[in-house]
Design a binder for this molecule. Structure first.
Ligand code: ADP
Ligand code: MG
Length: 518
């Protein structure tokens, strides 16, 4: 548990990041795996396969531009069609009040992500005090619950929330003695009907709870809370991207985009309400609304998919869905590496005469393990050796094999980071923040911040570096100067508590009562 610490937000101006080496690579978009395998210049069969795989995974600038343009075009499609386009749902979130910094009082949040779920409390001190105090606990979601019933899942979450609330100390000074208000960050596609209600459209990231589809999850969660006899009210149901955007906005008013790069991936942004043709409701007072792209399901013929992506997709719980997510997010990067290693072990006898049995186990190579191997700069690649031994029981790996494993991690992570960059630039293009030219002269770009949360982005340094470099390549040095990428650490959780505050019914009633008595 972390106590009393102000939310950490670090800033990176992408314009100052060096270009990625990929910039100088071949501009071919999709070379043929088999043709390349037939060229015989390589030293070994395995090296030849690596070269072919590198080419098949390449993300040269022209391809990235096509991906970014396809993202922008698909955003327009999703905003026009009722229910979104086939790829991008472009969901209105009903969040109109992004935090201003003036929020006050004690608020809770529950952040149901993919791997863990977090529960936190935040004491807000208004404009001067900001975040006075915060505490959180993180609980691993028992794997069985990911494939269970909505009642089992929400009963578990409710009981963990109640346990956490019981540990609230006096210095959190509640604004109301008996009720606690909670923001609920739910990181799966939801069709919202208000800021406090919404139905699950689809499960992702390895979850599959069939009876929850089409159900109001706020009602389901509230019922589980009710069974425990507690007065806890859900003040806001938000996507985790929206929580991240909210925290970004709380600290930097230029924040227009929230992105998650963790177990899964998604993004949201601030749109002009009159630019949403499918919106039939009243135009919010601000004239703006936050739209959740659900970009994990983005797909494009320009995405450099390989045999490994096809295998990962085929063996997933949601084949055919979430192609973008399966190429760029934490749940899948390790699995892609594993699939490639199986092919190398089979076709190029990378680990000796037989394929190690443990290598065949799906999802046995988590992304933190590939980031550990990738960070290994020892001449003997000792960390790679350890990971191969620990996870796959591969003893006596050769240095050549370890070098190949190291290189494959690099290829897959470079592709992931660069494609994530293309997605972000697609959104910047949609809101006119990707720079423009007047008779060839660059027009200054409006300062824009992108808030990013998620363990993959936070912990995988090379992923982050490739992403930043590709944003600069796509925008050009000039426009990139006005784009700031923020690590909005724990933004999905804290931002959700901030949104509970900015949508609090109790705070509203309290203010109304105060104005009546004054
Ligand atoms: P969630 O997405 O479940 O809300 P997080 O944002 O904490 O949770 O992201 C967790 C994911 O981040 C893990 O599933 C993993 O894929 C990735 N991750 C965590 N630590 C690392 C690391 N050291 N290197 C690479 N990826 C990491
Ligand atoms: Mg999360």
């Amino acid at each position: 548990m972390m106590v009393g610490c102000v939310a950490a937000v670090s800033y990176v101006r992408v314009g100052s990041v060096l270009r990625s080496p990929a910039h100088t690579r071949s501009q071919n978009c999709k070379p043929q795996w088999t043709m390349l395998c037939m060229q015989k210049q390589e030293n070994t069969w395995a090296q030849m396969l690596v070269r072919a795989f590198r080419e098949a995974s390449a993300t040269p600038l022209p391809l990235l531009r096509q991906v970014a343009d396809a993202m922008t075009a698909e955003m327009y499609n999703g905003l026009a069609a009722e229910g979104g386009s086939q790829q991008l749902k472009m969901l209105p979130t009903y969040v109109e009040n992004l935090p201003t910094g003036e929020e006050e009082g004690l608020y809770y949040a529950v952040d149901l992500g993919g791997t863990n779920f977090r529960v936190l409390r935040v004491l807000l001190g208004g404009k001067q005090g900001r975040i006075l105090k915060q505490e959180f606990e993180e609980v691993a979601i028992p794997p069985a619950l990911m494939l269970s019933t909505s009642r089992e899942l929400f009963d578990f979450i409710a009981s963990e929330v109640v346990k956490f609330m019981a540990k609230e100390s006096d210095d959190f000074k509640p604004h109301s003695l008996d009720v606690r208000e909670i923001g609920f960050a739910f990181s799966f596609p939801v069709l919202q009907t208000s800021v406090r209600s919404g139905v699950v459209i689809q499960w992702t990231k390895g979850f599959k709870i069939d009876d929850a589809i089409g159900k109001d999850i706020v009602a389901a969660f509230q019922e589980s809370i009710g069974r425990l006899g507690k007065r806890i009210e859900i003040a806001a149901l938000v996507n985790d991207t929206v929580g991240t955007l909210a925290q970004g906005r709380y600290f930097n008013t230029d924040t227009m985009i929230g992105v998650i790069l963790g177990t899964g991936t998604n993004a949201c942004y601030v749109e002009q309400a009159d630019a949403v043709p499918k919106w039939k409701g009243p135009i919010p007072a601000s004239g703006q609304m936050v739209i959740n792209l659900e970009w994990g399901n983005f797909r494009s013929p320009y995405l450099p998919r390989t045999f490994a992506d096809e295998e990962v997709d085929r063996d997933s719980v949601n084949p055919g869905d979430q192609w973008f997510e399966k190429m760029i997010s934490g749940l899948y990067l390790g699995e892609i590496v594993r699939c490639v290693l199986v092919k190398f072990a089979t076709d190029a006898v990378l680990f000796g005469g037989s394929v190690p049995l443990k290598l065949l186990k799906p999802f046995s190579l988590p992304t933190p393990a590939i980031s550990k191997m990738h960070s290994d700069d020892s001449p003997e690649l000792k960390l790679v050796k350890i990971v191969l031994e620990d996870i796959f029981e591969i003893k006596n790996s050769t240095l050549e094999a370890r070098k190949i494993v190291h290189e494959l991690c690099g290829i897959i992570v470079e592709r992931g980071g660069r494609l994530a960059a293309a997605g972000i630039v697609g959104i910047l293009q949609k809101i006119g923040r990707a720079g423009s030219r007047n008779n060839g002269t660059p027009v200054p770009n409006k300062a824009t911040a992108v808030a990013i949360d998620g363990g993959l982005y936070e912990h995988y340094a090379q992923y982050q570096a490739h992403m930043h470099a590709a944003i600069v390549e796509l925008l050009g040095e000039n426009a990139a100067q006005s784009v700031v990428i923020e690590l909005s650490k724990d933004g999905s959780g804290i931002g959700t508590a901030l949104l509970a505050a900015s949508h609090s019914q109790h705070a509203k009633r309290h203010k109304q009562a105060e104005s009546l008595t004054n």
